[in-house]
Design a binder for this molecule. Sequence first.
Ligand code: NDP
Ligand code: 8X3
Length: 251
Amino acid sequence: MNIALVTGASSGFGQAICRKLVADGYKVIGVARRGDKLQKLADELGINFTFLTLDVTKKDAIESILLQLPKAFQPIDILINNAGLALGLEPAYQADFNDWETMIQTNIMGLIHLTHQILPSMVERNFGYIINIGSVAGTYAYKGGNVYGATKAFVKQFSANLRTDLLGKKIRVTNIEPGLCGGTEFSNVRFHGNNDQAAAVYKGIDYITPEDIANTISWLVNTPAHFNVNSLEIMPVAQAPAGLALYKESE
Ligand code: NDP
Ligand code: 8X3
């Protein structure tokens, strides 16, 4: 395994994953929409990093842009489907439908676009690893999680179904399901740029860091080829599933 493509490389988990994999000796392709951030990362990481300025929701652009990859960055051995976002935390009956559409387009459609494009070459070579970034929100319901959690439930089941389709082939699939992680733009995006609201999410919490996720991925890709971690749920110690909710009419 030599060459990794990481979506969502301009920030948060993706940026930390690129740094760690380059430090580990991989060649890494970073993908995101903000080319200026990717250029800065390229300046930092040097010749073993290249980038594609790409919106993962734009299916038609993906095929042609992947063909433009320098030879030294082909074929892709490891696909890390990390680009994603939550928008809003309102209950479903107050949510903005455009936010729902953007989450579905990015977290589901973006992820399957990249997978559909890159998986056949892994199958041809009988070699590869796909790591999807799901979320605890794909397993546990929480207030305002509505469509975001549902997109991550898709990622969880799609990962499991990929494993099934790939049975008998030397291609591994893992769904990482992180809980609350700070040091990223996740909540700034969720709250549409309200940075005070975003900061309040992490106040007083010893949260997971992007480096924790990057270290986990570094471990995963170095496990033996016969070994598949199907899913990995990771929470900060300060977070736990808190059970079912009840609403009582006043007596
Ligand atoms: P960030 O907001 O810091 O990073 C998200 C990344 O996704 C950015 O690089 C952004 O780049 C990229 N991205 C968003 N939309 C697109 C698009 N249409 N095309 C290409 N790239 C896109 O968040 P995190 O690092 O925290 O999140 C990374 C992943 O981890 C997401 O899938 C998120 O759902 C998941 N996650 C996060 C948790 C957390 O607590 N932080 C916990 C569990 C899961 P750009 O804007 O430049 O395109
Ligand atoms: C991000 C974690 O708990 O904010 O997926 O949904 S959470």
